[in-house]
Ligand binder design. Structure first.
Ligand code: SF4
Length: 488
């Protein structure tokens, strides 16, 4: 499929819209005012005329062609990219019969948008109309974004400008899942690096703690992610957690999460260790309770192992457990997905996070033979059913985000039982609190809500690079000081 841009360079937005309808297509881009194209193509034009600006979209696809156009006065400040996106959406919906539920909301954070509209004083009905008119967003998706925002608005006032969260990245896993796009090394191939990694991450923690102390910042939540943090040994986890305990003032910490995502890494010793060191919330992620699907995605554990890990966590007294699942996994079906949701609801975890499969470029699945079959999975049916069942069982959506390349352009939603929201997940998604991050692949997000500023500091991605360039990376952390100096 050729995308031709005349008088504009709206490549990312237009390609994003096309992927809603033909996700498996490969696109060729031409930026030119004179073009000839015989095969399937789209022309997106912005042409300056004497008294007006002509916007137009022409599509030739599957032997059908269609065109939309609109003239704006020269001083019209409307968002031209958005108008062209809507035209393209109309045409492609007509040709394919597909009507994506988030409409043209491709690079927009829906919950952030709702929060902005609430602050501006709009009523719920006005917001729903605006979502429909501006973005072609369905009432159903608007409602879920609205419900999410309402939960978040209870939490947001509890965040102070001098608070921050600490993120600790442990980029190791027992095996690599077929859909994974993270730089996470299998524990076997990364074995040699781990002692140095632990030593240096402890140094980075101490250094970060000193910066936060000098700036008078208060630690609010701690989150261990990855990778799978419980891939490393109990003693290694303990060493990192004790470094945190020694380096920061922990008296104000409201939430302390350790992801124990893979059931095949969970042992009594590790759970006891993280609990003894202050962890209040863990995440044990089955992704599916169907063993044949687990095999298909390369996870080396069974659903029985997940249940054992979950039971063990409850027996050891963990009061806040999250379980992640994914809709649209290879070989999964709506019936099997339904069984997974029902199985989890029966356990009554405090949080259930429903992800939609996203096939990223770096994932093995992106190059696999069954990619085309996976793209045709009826994922929307699975996600809708999850929303229905979770709502019926008193779960509410408390954070929601969307990524590139998600099946059917759907979303990830964190669901919680009443009052059991994970604070960190809201802070990171809505960008309302500074996150100071340590470890390979971690990125700090510096937030100045009053000044509407957001800056990121990226650590080296690969553990080997992290170890090699550690001093330089530590030096870069001084940017945190510069950011807060500007804030004052
Ligand atoms: S457990 Fe998560 S981080 Fe680890 S390989 Fe699987 S998807 Fe990647």
């Amino acid at each position: 499929m050729t995308l031709i841009f005349s008088g504009n360079d709206y490549k990312y937005e237009i390609e994003g819209i096309m992927k809603l309808f033909i996700p498996a297509a490969r696109f060729k881009h031409i930026f030119s005012d004179s073009f000839t194209a015989e095969d399937d193509h789209v022309v997106v034009g912005v042409h300056e005329e004497q008294d007006a600006v002509l916007l137009f979209v022409t599509v030739c696809y599957l032997g059908k062609s269609n065109r939309r156009e609109q003239r704006l006065s020269k001083d019209d400040g409307s968002d031209r990219e958005l108008i062209l996106s809507r035209m393209l959406f109309d045409i492609m919906s007509g040709i394919t019969g597909i009507v994506p539920k988030w409409g043209v909301m491709t690079g927009v954070r829906p919950v952030k948008r709702v929060n902005k509209y609430i602050d501006a004083g709009l009523s719920k009905d006005e917001m729903r109309d605006l979502f429909k008119r501006e973005y072609y967003c369905s009432a159903e998706k608007f409602d879920i974004a609205y419900r999410t925002a309402m939960i978040q608005r209870r939490i947001m006032p509890t965040v102070t400008d001098d608070s921050f969260s600490l993120y600790v990245n442990i980029p190791f896993c027992p095996t690599r899942c077929s859909y994974c796009s993270f730089i996470s090394q299998t524990i076997d191939s990364g074995k040699k690096l781990i002692p140095d990694y632990i030593r240096l991450i402890c140094r980075e923690i101490e250094y970060t703690a000193q910066i936060s102390k000098d700036l008078g910042l208060k630690l609010d939540t701690v989150y261990f992610g990855g990778g799978t943090p419980t891939s490393i040994e109990a003693g290694q986890l303990s060493r990192i957690m004790q470094t945190i305990e020694r380096s920061f003032d922990m008296s104000g910490v409201r939430e302390y999460t350790v992801e124990a995502g893979r059931a095949d890494t969970v042992t009594r010793e590790k759970l006891e260790t993280v609990k003894a060191n202050g962890c209040t919330r863990i995440s044990v992620n089955p992704q599916t309770l169907n063993d044949s699907v687990l095999r298909a995605i390369g996870r080396r554990h069974t659903s029985a192992q997940f249940f054992e890990a979950y039971d063990l966590a409850r027996k050891l007294g963990f009061k806040h457990i999250n379980t992640d699942i994914i809709a649209g996994l290879p070989t999964d079906t709506p019936e099997s997905f339904n069984t997974t949701i029902e199985g989890l609801i029966a356990l009554a975890p405090e949080n259930i996070t429903v992800h939609t499969l996203s096939i990223k470029r770096a994932a093995d699945l992106n190059h696999a033979e069954d990619k085309q079959t996976v793209l045709k999975n009826p994922t929307g049916i699975m996600v809708d059913r999850a929303s229905e069942l979770l709502t019926e069982n008193a779960y509410s959506p408390y954070y929601l985000y969307r990524q590139k390349n998600m099946l059917e352009n759907l979303e990830n939603i964190g669901w919680c039982r009443q009052g059991e929201e994970s604070l960190y997940n809201i802070f990171i998604m809505e960008e309302i609190q500074t996150i100071l991050a340590v470890g390979a692949g971690a990125s700090s997000k510096l937030v100045d809500r009053k000044g509407a500023r957001l800056e990121r500091i990226f650590n080296y991605k690969h553990p080997l690079e992290y170890i090699k360039h550690f001093d330089y990376m530590l030096e870069k952390k001084k940017e945190i000081v510069d950011f807060y100096a500007e804030k004052k």
